[in-house]
Design a protein around this ligand. Sequence first.
Ligand SMILES: Nc1ncnc2c1ncn2[C@@H]1O[C@H](COP(=O)(O)OP(=O)(O)OP(=O)(O)O)[C@@H](O)[C@H]1O
Ligand SMILES: [Mg+2]
Length: 470
Amino acid sequence: MRLWTWIGGLFARLWTWLWRLFARREPAGADPNVRFLSEDQQHALDQILQDNWDTDCILLYGAAGTGKSTIVREISQALPGKVIVVAPTGLAAANVDGTTIHRLLGFGPYPISYRHPRQIRLLKPDRRRVLRRAEIIIVDEASMLRADLMDALDWGLRKNLGKETKPFGGKKVLLVGDLLQLDPVVGDDEKSVLSEWDGHMFFDGKVWQEARLRAIRLETVHRQADDLEFAAALADSRRPERLPFAVDWLDDHLGISGESGEKVVIATTNAIADEINAAHLKELMGRYPPYEGIVPEGQKFAESEMRAPKRLYLKPGARVLIVANDRNEPRRYVNGTLAKVTRLFKSRVEVLTDEGRTIILDPYTWDRYEPQVSEQTGLLEQCPVASYTQIPLRLAWAFTVHKSQGLSFSEVHLIPGQRFFASGHAYVGLSRCRTIAGQTCQRRITEADFYWNPRLRAFLEKIEANPIWP
Ligand SMILES: Nc1ncnc2c1ncn2[C@@H]1O[C@H](COP(=O)(O)OP(=O)(O)OP(=O)(O)O)[C@@H](O)[C@H]1O
Ligand SMILES: [Mg+2]
């Protein structure tokens, strides 16, 4: 048995090597920075590509910029047509050319109660076939995967693969993420449903009563490979006993400035990011009326839930983010694609995406759902109760830290505002830039800026001590 495992491993390594040597591939999203994988990346890739896993799930973890998402792309290329890549949020999904878990399994944008797993839909046959075809289902940015969504993924796979007694319907699931980055966002209306779990993280999912994971760690930091001192300071900031050294180093090296210049701005709150975007827009020539979002009469749709602003001001030249998935096939853009506005029409907008595609965007309609009891089954059902229609765009000179997770930039200006307020918030904001020379901050960073939810650290310590969990 051992011999076969060894031969299997050797074969996987040989295959990866041959494929790297001969394959001339330039898919969308191929990363020109990555010419060779580091040893730890290669080792992780080999383990993941093995035919037989000894656990239901693998967790690939490691600090910011250790090349986790890069491995996700490598797996997709090593197993063409056999991998599904998803992420908890649209932007994180776009970063790895994937889709959201909600979209893959047809969930509405609401928490899925443990007591009503029948809310999980049976998908159309062609979409079930997609799931059956997949050898591995990869979830990037798993630190933002909420417990309810972890379990919904499990139930959705069981139901749609027709294997209700097997965790994840018998599919291999690869979770990818850094526990010390942002944890899941829990809205007020989600708190009551989430009380059915012990906590809100993916490792609080009920699926772990049946499933096990193997944790594999990446250690070499690539994002800051040209600035090893910065990489070391970021690593120090993750360890309480080393934090004072990290803060001292940042004090000496991080430029403090009130101006962002040409840099991408990363701010803690939406309000700050919105203000900066408005100021940039003002600098562009011309006056154009805003695009008005429409909520049908008698319906309620809170502004906080609107993906694109109610009054969307644009001008040619504006930097924008597309905030919806293309409903046409083949898809020309996803939720999270960056672009520049090229022309404005009365009720449509032409943009040039960063990948070089010119696209005309029409208004898009989002639905808001509420639970209702089905007359036929007596179970809760999520029914659309309101809709919102707008051109699916947002200005994108400035981002929030939450939206920047997973991204790399050469120049960043960080605006902490009043304070960093989420677990891993300051660390994510500081770790997006490739060099400290490219980074400035609105104020000095102090030890008090760094905060992590103790439950995350406890979980991390457990898997560091024993990679098989639970
Ligand atoms: N083997 C490599 N050689 C050179 N550059 C690399 C390599 N692996 C990753 N990179 C670069 O490092 C940066 C970070 O990589 P990646 O986004 O995969 O890291 P990550 O671990 O997913 O980070 P995060 O935790 O922030 O999501 C990217 O710019 C990528 O191009
Ligand atoms: Mg990543």
